[in-house]
Design a protein around this ligand. Structure first.
Ligand code: PEP
Length: 253
């Protein structure tokens, strides 16, 4: 059986100013030698400073997007190498807010993921269905297509993480049933094994994301093939993220 080290990932989205870096220091002090990996993805303006604040701790940092090109005339965009330069080891790609707000397609996410891998980053690729798609019984088809279309060939358990984030669960306080989460994660695991083989397919970590809170974290982490969480709102404060990390550590066994 493959043992995957679990991952608690925080997505700060468009939140966070210099004063909020105190949360990183608190989190680092609360988890000096965690039994899982910890990742924080702040807005680009804070990445360099957060990486400095986290240096020497167990907290890794990541971007929330990158451009598919290495450099050039792309005003306002950020390359994968720039994220690395700012201390990042990871990048979130294809978050549903980017797919919705910026019209990002799976083909674009794939190109970004290829750029991320080339720069030495681990890509956290997000997929998930809308409420309409779930109610129409299309969930597995939609996420299967997103997975196939967004994930490049050259992936390993070290440079790819997949986050299943039902769009209707993000920031809403609603979560799927544990059976629904389990069904999707089992489907994703089988899909990855079919595409990349037993070793790689079983090494890639699958995160659940969408309204993970201290109160529901333990039950979600007990679901098979849930290797951690991508957490938005509850990652902003150490007081909220820390018990989620503790629940994940406890689930690692
Ligand atoms: C997210 O943005 O990836 C997310 C899961 O947000 P929240 O935890 O706030 O639902």
């Amino acid at each position: 059986m493959t043992t995957r080290r679990k991952l608690a990932a925080g997505n700060w989205k468009m939140n966070g100013l210099a004063a909020d870096l105190a949360e990183v220091t608190q989190l680092a002090q609360a988890h000096p030698a965690p039994g899982c990996d910890i990742l924080l993805c702040p807005p680009a303006t804070l990445l360099d400073r957060m990486s400095a604040a986290a240096r020497g701790s167990a907290i890794a940092t990541g971007g929330q997007d990158c451009h598919a090109r290495a450099s050039g005339a792309h005003t306002g965009d950020i390359s994968a190498a720039m994220l690395v330069d700012a201390g990042a080891s990871h990048v979130i790609l294809g978050h549903s807010e980017r797919r919705a707000d910026h019209g990002e397609t799976s083909a674009q996410v794939l190109a970004k993921a290829q750029a991320a891998l080339s720069a030495g980053l681990c890509a956290v690729v997000c997929i998930g269905e809308t409420l309409d798609q779930r109610e129409a019984g299309e969930t597995l088809g939609v996420i299967g297509d997103q997975l196939a279309g967004s994930v490049p060939e050259a992936v390993t358990g070290d440079n790819l993480v997949v986050a299943y984030e039902p769009v209707w669960a993000i920031g809403t306080g609603k979560i799927p049933t544990l059976e629904q989460i389990g069904e999707v994660h089992d489907f994703l695991r089988k899909d990855l094994v079919a595409r990349f083989g037993e070793t790689t397919g079983n090494a890639i970590r699958l995160l659940y994301g969408g309204s993970v809170k201290p109160a529901n974290a333990a039950e979600i982490f007990a679901v098979a093939n849930v290797d951690g969480a991508l957490v938005g709102g509850a990652s902003l404060k150490a007081a909220d993220f820390s018990p989620i990390i503790a629940a994940l550590e406890a689930s690692q066994g």
